[in-house]
Design a binder for this molecule. Sequence first.
Ligand code: ZN
Ligand code: ZN
Length: 352
Amino acid sequence: MNLGEAFCIVCGSPPPLFGERMCETCFRKRNILAELPINVNWSRCPRCDLTSLNGRWIEITDEELWHELVETSMKLHGESEGIAIGLETKKVDDRNTLIYLQIGGTICGLEYEENHQMRARKSNAVCLTCSRRDGNYFEATVQLRSSARKLADEEYTVLRATLDELIANLEHDPMFFVTSEGPVTGGYDVVLGSKGLAKSWSRQLVSKFGGQITATSSVVGRKDGADLSRTTLLYRKPGYELGDVVRWREELWRVASWSGEGAILSKVNRKERTGATWRDLEYASVVARMQNHLIIDAVREDASVAEFLNPNNWQMDAVRLAYDHVVGSQLRLARVEGEWVALPLHQADVKK
Ligand SMILES: [Zn+2]
Ligand SMILES: [Zn+2]
């Protein structure tokens, strides 16, 4: 051995040396690319098929799951580079799957190619959502009601559909479920697993359909060391919708948009808009709902009156033109107490 020349600190061999001055044989004995446990456990909910991963319940394919399990349980050498992984699986039985891995890469310039094997063991565990659902858990009730007329079944269907839409658009949350629901005297009740969901939904109802929310809360017990309260949100939908013709303070108006505390109305017989609170509107009555308007071409028209064929009796009828009528354009007519009224153009008409 020549003093002054580098040598392997373990066996004294001459260069080439790697890492902390070791010959290739000694370096390989002490350095491997990857370490994997023999077994790795994972859980799936037998009710809904969600998989528990890193403390969350998620929807994942088996293929993605194997990769995730490898990624989270594999320990790579701190100085490894250019890692490439080949993965194959073999299902042993219902619970056990063998994962075969081919891992390539380099450590301190030395090429490595390793084969590993890991057993993924499945266990059944009921997820949070399913266990809460089974236990009839709920935090909030949303009561759908109407403030004026009785709502038709289709109207409840439309209101209820906005909840499914909302859940689909929000990030998945295990508590976003419906515990129970159904018609009750005077309305429809939806019982929900999450207070937050109930609140967002009722806010959305107000912005889409107008109306008011009344909230009441009561403490019912304790959950995770904190008081568990339940909220009841009473939603009152107004008896009219955007575009409907209402009689209010002796005049005809159309509902133009919802404001925070009420609605913006536009007058039928001349260009004028006004805001009204729910309280102001208490005595407003619907005289022609949007879907009952008649949209029709005029047969003849002069400066102030149009004639058209009434489709109900095939008679010619006449109507005074709306103040904003454009010659030759279609008429939108409302039947108000036995008389035809031509309606000026409204933002709800343009949208559809
Ligand atoms: Zn050596
Ligand atoms: Zn589940």
